[in-house]
Design a protein around this ligand. Structure first.
Ligand code: KG4
Ligand code: ZN
Length: 322
């Protein structure tokens, strides 16, 4: 079986899957509560917490799968992009586990990991497909033709990522961190047509969310504290609607331009209920695999070139892909 480790941001995650993509266990320990008091992830705090959690999380994943380290044939770990200190904890843990058993190690790109959440049982997606990847750090349209090669990037965000827009919007509305799920929940009680927030018109297949965030800021500023409490659900619904409209418009346009027969959606924002409803024809990552997890990293590890023992001892994490 394959062990997947993920520590790129504020989730400490480990999973075991079979080579054909059946999930045996998928343990995610979120640090969200720890960072909530600061309104966002504090990198140094995240690194230290990963260090405390990585061993118990791996143990829990083994326990849930009723497996032992001796059953592991390949270790996959997120090597980047992400918070460098956080990544280093996962990479060091993966090296130690692999080295002690002379196992190969696969260095997984976090974005490939999100795409590989679509390759797991019971319903692995067939290629090729057009993939919208929308997370806290990235918003991309990808032309996916091979599982083991980096996909062609058709479009990306010029400023904030979609998840970042959700998180910053939530902060302006006085909601908790992480904000995406909070806005999603609150939006159900609001009117998406109450405010006409702008959808940025950028050329090509790129995205831009910074203007939208500013529009929300102005709308919030015009309201007193009591008024804001009354209008919060309408603001959340309208703001979410604008983000979803931007994502859906660009994705449909990309599908038309490229003639893609299949649209897929992955990443934390793929958990959004309005986005899921707006793309009924799309292959959506299963809800529990949208936000960061170890199963998607183990899945991607199957298609990476594994580094044989002991070459990976020199492996480094990377903060950004550029
Ligand atoms: O993929 P992910 O776990 O981490 C990154 O790779 O960035 O994505 C986290 C992002 C956060 O910005 C969070 O607010 C957003 O996904 N998110 C959502 C929802 N659940 C999580 N955004 C909108 N609606 C949701 N239901
Ligand atoms: Zn992610």
């Amino acid at each position: 079986m394959i062990l997947g480790l993920e520590t790129s941001c504020d989730e400490t995650a480990a999973a075991l899957i079979t080579p054909d993509g059946r999930i045996l266990s998928n343990v995610v320990s979120s640090q969200a509560d720890l960072h909530a008091q600061y309104g966002g992830v504090v990198p140094e705090v995240a690194s230290r917490r990963h260090l405390e959690l990585v061993t118990p999380v791996v143990r829990a994943a083994l326990g849930e799968a009723q497996a032992e380290l001796d059953d592991v044939e390949l270790v996959g770990v997120t090597a980047g992009p992400g918070l460098i200190g956080a990544l280093l904890v996962g990479v060091a843990a993966a090296k130690a586990i692999a080295w002690a058993r002379r196992l190969p190690l696969a260095a997984v790109d976090h974005l490939h990991g999100h795409v590989a959440s679509l390759y797991l049982e019971p319903d692995p997606l067939q290629l090729p497909f057009l993939c919208l990847l929308a997370s806290g750090g990235h918003t991309m349209l990808l032309d996916v033709r091979e599982r083991g090669r980096p996909p062609h990037v058709l479009g990306t965000t010029l400023d904030d990522a979609a998840g970042e827009a959700f998180d910053k919007g939530a902060r302006l509305l006085g909601l908790g961190y992480p904000g995406g799920a909070e806005i999603d929940r609150l939006a159900r009680a609001g009117d998406p047509a109450a405010y006409d927030f702008p959808v940025a018109r950028v050329p090509g297949l790129d995205f831009s969310f910074s203007g939208l965030k500013t529009a929300l800021l102005y709308a919030v500023r015009e309201l007193g504290a009591e008024e804001l409490a009354d209008r919060r659900a309408d603001l959340a619904a309208s703001y979410q609607h604008a983000i979803v409209r931007a994502l859906v418009d660009r994705t449909r346009r990309a599908a038309k331009d490229t003639g893609a027969g299949t649209i897929a959606v992955v990443g934390g924002v793929a958990a959004n209920s309005e986005l899921r409803a707006a793309l009924p024809e799309a292959a959506l990552a299963p809800l529990e695999l949208c936000t960061d997890n170890g199963a998607m990293i183990a899945s991607a590890a199957r298609f990476a070139d594994p580094i044989p023992y002991p070459g990976y001892l020199a492996l480094d994490a990377y903060a950004s892909s550029a």
